[in-house]
Design a protein around this ligand. Structure first.
Ligand SMILES: [Fe+2]
Length: 188
């Protein structure tokens, strides 16, 4: 089951959980959605094909592309691939990720630019909004399999924050929406 918390901010080995020792702040999936716009769905990774639940979600949201990725340290170009995932970036399209095996850490920035860590395990599905900065790390077991879905042809291009991509329209749109929502929630 997913667990979500504010990262301790350390740059040390990201395969470790990085839960702050003092006053850790955990979030519920609803609080995660309200803060950054990521939707979390529990989907049975053993039966989702027969039940047609992923296909239904894809159809509802207009997805046409799907593939599977097994992320581990012996895959082709593992070092390069994992370094790419660990670099803060966003994509132009919304995407779906369903974990079917293993565990990993998906980190996202909150509207105040703090890292929120999402610990995903088997049966966790995330709907990741376009324009949202994120990064990914395996945990210490370094083995995770995921089904990925894209709305159109897969557009894997990562827009890395260090390259100065804040002015891209998709990023501005995401930030505007999420900041307004965040302010509104904070007022309550
Ligand atoms: Fe990404």
């Amino acid at each position: 089951m997913v667990r979500i918390w504010y990262h301790d901010g350390s740059d040390e080995d990201q395969r470790l959980p990085h839960i702050p020792e003092k006053n850790p702040k955990f979030l519920s999936p609803q609080e995660l959605f309200d803060t950054v716009g990521i939707k979390h769905i529990v989907m049975n990774a053993d039966t989702f094909r027969e039940e047609g639940v992923l296909d239904k979600l894809k159809k509802e949201r207009g997805y046409v592309y799907e593939d599977s990725v097994h992320c581990h340290t012996h895959m082709d170009n593992a070092e390069e691939e994992l370094a790419g995932y660990a670099t803060e970036h966003f994509h132009r399209e919304e995407e779906i990720r369903l974990v079917v095996r293993g565990k990993g850490y998906f980190d996202v920035r909150d509207p105040e630019d703090k890292w929120i860590r999402i610990e995903v395990v088997k049966n966790d599905l995330l709907l990741v909004p376009a324009g949202m900065y994120h990064r990914f790390s395996l945990d210490v077991n370094e083995d995770m399999a995921t089904v990925r879905c894209f709305i159109d042809d897969p557009n894997w291009i990562p827009y890395n924050r260090k390259d100065g991509v804040d002015d891209l329209e998709v990023r501005k749109k995401y930030l505007k929406e999420i900041t307004a929502k965040y302010r509104a929630n904070k007022c309550h």
